[in-house]
Design a protein around this ligand. Sequence first.
Ligand SMILES: Nc1nc2c(ncn2[C@@H]2O[C@H](COP(=O)(O)OP(=O)(O)OP(=O)(O)O)[C@@H](O)[C@H]2O)c(=O)[nH]1
Ligand SMILES: [Mg+2]
Length: 228
Amino acid sequence: MDPGVDGGLHADSLTNILRSLGSRRPDGSQSELVLNVLLLGDKQSGRSSVGNALIGGNEFQTGVSTTTESQLLSRNFPKFFRRQGAETDLVLRVMDTPPLKARPPSPFCVDGVHVLVVVARVDRPCGAHVQKLAANLFGPDWRQHAIIVFTHADYLREAGLSQSDYLSQATDWMRVLAKEVRGGVCFLDNRSDWPIIRGRPLRDQLLRLSAANHHRALKVRTDADGNP
Ligand SMILES: Nc1nc2c(ncn2[C@@H]2O[C@H](COP(=O)(O)OP(=O)(O)OP(=O)(O)O)[C@@H](O)[C@H]2O)c(=O)[nH]1
Ligand SMILES: [Mg+2]
């Protein structure tokens, strides 16, 4: 198992000790950025596959899911970027939520969500209810923290359709949403490459989006905020 994945980590792993020493500041404090990432999308949209690309592994189970439980996986990317002159680890905590789950479970309810990933597939219409769900959970600001990932991009290639052609033919609400989300859109072919390679551009895109929001997390609304 890759040393960065929770649950499979041996504390005495020399590699990890060296990595963690390497990412400490001169004052001894750890330089890391933790981003909570929530995956939202219809059944069979490719959520778990996008989760795997993000963590660079295969720990999210793909195929038809029978569980109604959310799954949280965390991955540390050592020295992923530089912040204030210091090499900084990127820690992604990725939550895969079943489509009908009304609320993401703790700890995301407590800590909030930095990036919302709306997952849709290019070969099937995506239900507009995902917008409503996101707005109910996070309020009107949710688009500022969102990115759309279109999966099954290999089908576009096979059909000889460009990404911009596809977007121009998408449903009205999706076309509008694609322009409104601050993180933009991304097309993913989950059959290509290793997850660690496939996910790299997406991780970069997530980090840019979170930086644009000054790494502020969106809080999950409570009933007191008017959440139905
Ligand atoms: N060809 C192709 N297949 C993909 C792609 N992404 C996902 N798949 C396949 O599509 C199916 C659904 O993907 P998942 O990632 O399991 O989708 P999900 O949304 O987590 O599914 P549920 O948890 O059942 O709702 C799986 O058989 C994947 O292997 C892609 O980009 N291209
Ligand atoms: Mg799944």
